[in-house]
Ligand binder design. Structure first.
Ligand SMILES: Cc1cc2nc3c(=O)[nH]c(=O)nc-3n(C[C@H](O)[C@H](O)[C@H](O)COP(=O)(O)O)c2cc1C
Length: 388
C-alpha cells in the first residue's frame, strides 16, 4: 500500500490533492463533500467569480522581504487562510476534525470546529496546537446552545462563528440520490460502492463510530447516530431565528463573534451594529440557496458597508493562492476553505490538510512577489482590473 507521503508526492496543487481525496472515498461520501444545492449553480459561480478579475501587477517594487501574516478576530495568523467549519469530517478520514485542527495549528492558522463535528469540542481542543474557533448553529433549544457555548469557552475556543444561512436545510440532490439522508437509506449499489474502497472502509471500522460528537451524552439526546441525526435535523434547523437571536448570542458570548453566511451590505451593517466583530461573506459553499450570488462578487459591497468596523472573511471557491490574493485585494482580511481540506483529509489525513495549506501559502507568497506587493496589507483594489 502506498503511504500518505508517497501519495501526496504526486500532487502539485490543491486540485490534485482534491482529486486524490475523491478517488479514495466512496462515491456517496465524495458527493456529500463536493455537492451543493439543486443545480449547483452557486457552487460553480463561486469558482468562476475569481476569473472575473485580472491582476495589474506593479513592477520594480523590491519584494525580497515578504510576509504573509495577518491578524483576524484578534488572532495573529501566519497566513490569511483559515479552515471553515464542516460537519462529520470523520467521513473523510477516521481522525476527522482533530487531524485538520492539528494541521491548521502547525501551519499557524485557525481551525473552526462545526457544531455538527464528529470529534467533540474537548477532543479537538486537546489535539490542536493553534487557535480554535467554534461554529454555532442557531438551534431551537437555547439551553443546549448555552451548554455548547460554555463548553467551547471552557475548552479555550477563542472566537465564535455564528452561521445564519441555514433557516432550512438546502436541497442537496446528490445526497438524496445516494441515500446520504437522515436516517441513511442505503441500497445494494451503495454497499458495493463502499466495498470498492477498502482502505476507507478499514479506517471507518478502526475509528470510533461516526456521530455528532458534541451531542453525545447531552441528557435526553440518546447515543445512536440515527437518533442523534433525527434530533439534529429537527433542532438544528431553526426557521424562527432572527436578529433578536443574534443579539442574544452576542450577549451570551464574550469573545470575538463573526457572523457567517452574509451576502448583503445591509445585513453586514446590521450585524456589525449588533456587535459582530467579523463577517464571513459566504453562501455555504453553494450548499444552501442555489442561485445565490457568488461570495467573491458579494465581497466588495460588504467590505464598503462594514467600513473597517469588523474583519471580513471570504469563504467559498478558494483553490489557489491567487484566489486568496484577489479576495484580500477586494478587502477581505482572510479567506476560509472547506472542501479543499476535507479532500486533503481524505487523500492522506493530517499530512493531506498540511499539503493543502502549504500549497496555498507557497502560491500566495509567489503571487504577492509577482504582484509587487510584499505583504497582505499592501493588497488593494488598484491591483485588480475587471477581466475583459
Ligand atoms: C461537507 C461540508 C460540511 C459543511 N458543514 C458546515 C457546518 O457544519 N457549518 C457551517 O457553518 N458550514 C458548513 N459547511 C460550509 C463551509 O463552512 C464553507 O462555507 C464552504 O465549504 C466554503 O466553500 P468551499 O468548500 O468552496 O471552500 C460545510 C461544507 C461542506 C463541504
Amino acid at each position: 500500500m502506498v503511504g500518505p507521503s508517497r501519495r501526496l508526492g504526486r500532487t502539485v496543487n490543491v486540485a490534485d490533492v482534491m482529486a486524490l481525496g475523491r478517488r479514495r472515498l466512496p462515491r456517496l461520501v465524495a458527493e456529500f463533500i463536493d455537492g451543493g444545492a439543486e443545480d449547483e449553480a452557486t457552487v460553480a459561480a463561486n469558482r468562476r467569480a475569481f476569473a472575473d478579475w485580472d491582476f495589474a501587477p506593479r513592477a520594480l517594487v523590491g519584494v525580497a522581504r515578504r510576509s504573509l501574516g495577518v491578524t483576524v478576530l484578534g488572532e495573529p495568523l501566519a497566513l490569511p487562510v483559515v479552515l471553515s467549519p464542516t460537519g462529520l469530517a470523520r467521513l473523510a478520514h477516521r481522525e476527522g476534525e482533530a487531524a485538520a485542527a492539528r494541521a491548521a495549528g502547525q501551519a499557524g492558522t485557525a481551525f473552526t470546529l462545526s457544531t455538527g463535528s464528529s470529534c467533540s469540542i474537548e477532543e479537538v481542543a486537546s489535539a490542536a496546537a493553534g487557535p480554535l474557533w467554534f461554529q454555532l448553529y442557531l438551534w431551537r433549544d437555547r439551553a443546549l446552545v448555552e451548554q455548547l457555548l460554555d463548553r467551547a469557552a471552557a475548552a479555550g475556543y477563542r472566537a465564535l462563528v455564528l452561521t445564519v444561512d441555514v433557516p432550512v436545510m438546502g436541497r442537496r440532490e446528490r445526497d438524496v440520490r445516494n441515500g446520504m439522508t437522515i436516517p441513511p437509506r442505503f441500497t445494494p449499489a451503495t454497499a458495493l460502492d463502499v466495498l470498492r474502497r477498502p482502505a476507507w472502509l478499514a479506517g471507518l471500522v478502526r475509528g470510533p463510530s461516526i456521530t455528532f460528537a458534541n451531542l453525545v451524552g447531552v441528557p435526553g439526546r440518546g447515543r445512536g447516530a440515527a437518533e442523534l441525526g433525527r434530533y439534529t435535523n429537527e433542532e438544528l434547523v431553526n426557521p424562527g431565528a432572527d436578529w433578536e437571536t443574534l443579539a442574544w448570542v452576542r450577549h451570551r458570548w464574550s469573545g470575538p463573534l463573526a457572523v457567517k453566511g452574509i451576502l448583503r451590505p445591509d445585513d453586514a451593517r446590521r450585524a456589525v451594529d449588533a456587535g459582530a466583530d467579523g463577517i464571513v461573506v459566504s453562501n455555504h459553499g453553494g450548499r444552501q440557496l442555489d442561485g445565490a450570488l457568488p461570495a467573491l462578487r458579494a465581497l466588495p459591497a460588504v467590505v464598503d458597508a462594514v467600513g473597517g468596523r469588523a474583519d471580513v472573511i471570504l469563504d467559498g471557491g478558494v483553490r489557489r493562492g491567487a484566489d486568496v490574493a484577489k479576495a484580500l485585494a477586494l478587502g477581505a482580511k482572510a479567506v476560509s476553505i472547506g472542501r479543499p481540506y476535507l479532500m486533503g483529509l481524505a487523500a492522506a489525513g493530517e499530512p493531506g490538510v498540511a499539503a493543502v495549506l502549504r500549497m496555498l501559502r507557497d502560491e500566495l507568497d509567489s503571487t504577492l512577489a509577482l504582484l509587487g506587493c510584499p505583504s497582505p496589507s499592501g493588497l488593494d483594489r488598484d491591483l485588480l482590473v475587471p477581466a475583459g
